[in-house]
Design a protein around this ligand. Structure first.
Ligand code: SF4
Length: 55
C-alpha cells in the first residue's frame, strides 16, 4: 500500500519535507512514488487541501 496525492493538490509544497523516505516529487500537482512510500501517513496531516489519501 501507498499514499496518493489527488487533483485537489495546490502544489504548495507542505508535504515535501515531511516524508522520511523522500517519496514525494514536485510538479503541477505533487506525486508520491508508490514503490518508495512506506505508508507512514506523515504527509497527510500537513496538506491544506486534504489531497493525500491511502491509495
Ligand atoms: Fe512519505 Fe509517509 Fe507520505 Fe508515504 S505516507 S509519501 S512515506 S510521508
Amino acid at each position: 500500500m501507498a499514499h496518493k496525492i489527488n487533483d485537489d493538490c495546490i502544489a504548495c509544497g507542505s508535504c515535501l519535507p515531511e516524508c522520511p523516505v523522500n517519496a514525494i516529487s514536485e510538479g503541477d500537482i505533487y506525486a508520491i512514488d508508490a514503490a518508495t512510500c512506506t505508508d507512514c501517513a506523515a504527509c497527510v496531516g500537513v496538506c491544506p487541501s486534504d489531497a493525500i489519501h491511502q491509495a
